[in-house]
Design a protein around this ligand. Sequence first.
Ligand code: C5P
Length: 206
Amino acid sequence: MIIAIDGPAASGKGTLARKLAARFGLPHLDTGLLYRATARALLDADQPLDNAAAAVAAARGLALTEFEEQRLRGREMGEAASVVAAIPAVRETLVEAQRRFARRIGGAVLDGRDIGTVICPEADAKIFVTASPQMRAQRRALELARSGEDVSFNEVLADILRRDERDSSRAVAPLRAAPDAALLDTTALDIAGAFTAALALVEAAR
Ligand code: C5P
């Protein structure tokens, strides 16, 4: 069973993907980490984020890069990731590894922006997770505060809106719900409520 979870920044898709993976005993790939790691490698090498050749080389080298998740999670890296994610050759470089992960025996859960549309159009269950920008900013600000990044609500909201706009308007694999995806709005739901709803959608799609 392949479960595809897409949605904008801080919609709750990562949490839901993790919990679904645990529930069904499936491996989980947070595909945003691939773009974040690519951006990190470029910044570490003092390369501009829009250098397509260097970005492709960084994406190809990911398997060799040490994956230090805490260096990828911060606010800046989300923004940098969305810049490199708009480079078509970078996306092309990362497609195959994501598809290989999805095709593991028994299935997998992948979350990102283009899983249901581009990476796994054949997924058994597709959920597009949304929430109001205000609620997403509130959640993200809390998360950042917990990890020691003190950012105001307004700054986080501006980040989120800018990232949504860049991710939705790029030419290749823009942020978009697949026509056959179920929509899940988590604005008024807590984690338990969102998980119950997501589980019901997956069960219905199996
Ligand atoms: O999900 P996360 O916030 O970690 O993603 C960081 C950025 O990576 C996104 O804003 C988006 O530009 C890019 N991304 C993407 N396609 C995916 C996953 C992430 O373009 N499947």
